[in-house]
Design a protein around this ligand. Sequence first.
Ligand SMILES: Cc1cc2nc3c(=O)[nH]c(=O)nc-3n(C[C@H](O)[C@H](O)[C@H](O)COP(=O)(O)OP(=O)(O)OC[C@H]3O[C@@H](n4cnc5c(N)ncnc54)[C@H](O)[C@@H]3O)c2cc1C
Length: 395
Amino acid sequence: MNSRRPALDVAVAGGGMVGAACALALARRGFSVALLEAGEPPPWRAGEPEDLRVIALAPSSARLLDELGAWRAIAAARISPYRRMCVWDAASGAELGFDAARDGRAQLGWIVENKLVAWTLWRALEAAGVRRVCPAQVESFEQRGDRVVLEPGEGGSMSAALLVIADGAGSRLREQAGIVVRGRDYRQRAVVAHVATERAHEQTAWQRFTREGPIALLPLAEGRSSIVWSLPETRAREVLALDDAAFSEAAGLASDFRLGRVVDTTPRASFPLRLQVAETFVAGRCVLIGDAAHAVHPLAGQGANLGLRDVAELASVLGATRAAACDFAAPHVLQRYARRRRSAGTLDAHAFDAIERMFAAQTQAWAALRGLGMRAVDAIEPLKGLLAVHAAGGN
Ligand SMILES: Cc1cc2nc3c(=O)[nH]c(=O)nc-3n(C[C@H](O)[C@H](O)[C@H](O)COP(=O)(O)OP(=O)(O)OC[C@H]3O[C@@H](n4cnc5c(N)ncnc54)[C@H](O)[C@@H]3O)c2cc1C
């Protein structure tokens, strides 16, 4: 073992939304932190149109971002609260509705541009004392006794007592840590676009489950809706090849014209979808967070929220250990984080997968059963309340 202490307490590899939030949370708890990111996030500018990538942020995520001193700037820039959620099944016609007012809340969550969150966090890092190393593609690392030694690209090395791996779903560093993932490729792509519709979105997140997959219309700040349309790969490619008029017609049809016709659309983009949960979230002095630990279907709008819950848990576990003057990267400490977050993340990931499978089944008997189930859940207010609390990041 090297007699000198590692240069840093924590190195975070990957400065997406989750990695940046983690670096900030740990720096605010007094750890010396470096964030290594392959490419600087593009700046968010007020005058520019809303970015195609948006996420539904749960109250638990807003709370964390608030603790990190980032929420006020995000909220002041451009967010759209959604107050209701309406989910319905094309086959059975059954509907499930959630209303924040019914639980005495102002909103269920917020639709926010990924770019805005990433940019706000990125800017806050320096003031919090985080050493930003960018561009830095971490190619390899080695665990040596009380430290992890990193090679952040061109020349030089860096040592830290703990490496937080936050390099996303396709994580190469997770692989290097010897951690395998389980899951399945959905063989679907999520097609995204922002659209203007005949009717107002009423600050409601709409989602229709069709034979081909779910289509969501999420309310944006400036009156448009963000479409997230999950489709089998070949069908997604067909939809991506449509011109604006044909895409608008197809999206209107798929959403059952719930907001009337689609009258205008942005260009489209698409993302591959997979279910993936790491077998363990810890290996020696390395921990996984965010999509590197778990990637989920977007139908529940929870991927980033799960990642931010990893951050809250890791910061709390490490912070408490540090306060007790113990080795914060000792295996039993990291295991505490890993146990809690892996069981919660696995449960959620498989619950979303079960929903995907349930709606993918298209026999009449299944559709009838699904309709019955949805109507029953919709009628039981306490059960709906529990589901809403869970989605919001409560217990
Ligand atoms: C269509 C769609 C809709 C979604 N909707 C929602 C939603 O409504 N709500 C929600 O909560 N979630 C949603 N998600 C999921 C959410 O987008 C992700 O869970 C979240 O962005 C993951 O963030 P991350 O920081 O873990 O990973 P990423 O965003 O993938 O960030 C990883 C970062 O690591 C960097 N990196 C990679 N390799 C290296 C390396 N070797 N060295 C240094 N840096 C590296 C990359 O440059 C990148 O910046 C959605 C996803 C999709 C596809």
